[in-house]
Design a protein around this ligand. Structure first.
Ligand code: MN
Ligand code: MN
Length: 307
């Protein structure tokens, strides 16, 4: 057997029922790795579940952006990963496969736990240099260690800043609310970036988020920008199927407002991570993830439409 040819990573299910990736401008790839979690595993099953949930969305145009993805998106399947090997080896395999995709496509990745974002940013750095980062999450992911291990799903933002993969003042975190020591929770702000906690967002949506949207647009400017969406930014009422749920989180509507309003930024890629389908009772989490990924892609596809 070839490396990573696990049953969950090798069925023929494709996002929006699009074709296998060919020369389409947008590519989607699964990153079915969950070996770096601190709590409940299961995100390795997310790529296939998010694809399945996406099938409901394939019969029309996006309600806000007015475009569909026909002919624009191809599905590259899931990455082949050595998931019983040391994390550094897994990450090298992710970087290599991402690098090959990014050379020819604007890519969206379905995690996997959040540790996969670091190798994706490394691949992106090779293409674009340091990028702006918009990071939705309940957690800061700037811990300097993973319960005594050097790296895990809660250290990647710290590592990305240390490695110079992202521009500190254009690093923006949205939805934070978990416990943690001050040094970790405030790290991005201490480096010059922006943090909007879940508390900062309470009672705000639609036009009520406009001030924050403008501040984010100003910080990012025209820089290449990467979006990483940890589904646990959502309240567990909207996304119960995740490894480290944190109550009192964002609503689907708030995340949608940000995705719609920030779409004009110079995005160069996205991932959606930490969906763990087994903890969900009604496919809520994979449906939310599919809708957010579809919205991101339609927002980028709309810019290609002749005006
Ligand atoms: Mn995270
Ligand atoms: Mn999280």
């Amino acid at each position: 057997m070839a490396i990573g040819q696990f049953a969950y990573a090798s069925n023929g299910n494709r996002f929006l029922a699009v074709g296998a990736l060919d020369s389409e401008p947008f590519a989607l790839s699964g990153v079915p790795f969950d070996g770096a979690v601190t709590n409940r595993p299961g995100a390795r099953f997310a790529p296939q579940e998010i694809r399945r949930a996406s099938l409901m969305l394939c019969d029309g145009l996006h309600p806000y952006f007015g475009v569909g993805l026909e002919g624009l998106l191809g599905d590259a399947g899931d990455m082949r990963l050595p998931n019983a090997s040391p994390l550094a080896e897994v990450r090298d395999a992710i970087s290599q496969q991402a690098d090959a995709l990014m050379a020819n496509h604007h890519c969206v990745f379905l995690g996997g736990d959040h540790s996969v974002t670091l190798p994706l940013l490394r691949a992106l750095h090779a293409q674009h240099g340091p990028v702006a980062l918009i990071h939705f999450d309940a957690h800061c992911d700037t811990w300097t260690d993973h319960f005594g291990e050097p790296s895990g799903h809660g250290t990647w933002t710290y590592e990305a800043l240390q490695e110079g993969l992202v521009v500190p003042e254009s690093t923006i975190q949205i939805g934070l609310r978990s416990s943690g020591d001050r040094a970790a929770r405030e790290y991005v702000r201490d480096q010059g970036g922006l943090i909007y906690t879940a508390r900062d967002l309470r009672g705000k949506d639609g036009a009520g988020l406009q001030e924050i949207v403008l501040a984010i647009q100003q910080r990012v400017g025209g820089r290449p920008c990467y979006l990483t969406l940890d589904i646990d930014c959502l309240d567990p009422a909207f996304a119960p199927g995740t490894g480290t749920p944190e109550p009192a989180g964002m609503s689907s509507s708030q995340v949608m407002t940000f995705l719609e309003e920030l779409a004009p930024l110079n995005f160069v890629g996205m991932d959606c991570v930490e969906v763990a389908p087994a903890y969900d009772h009604a496919e809520l989490t994979s449906t939310a993830a599919a809708t957010f990924v579809w919205t991101y892609l339609c927002g980028q596809a709309a810019k290609r439409k002749p005006q």
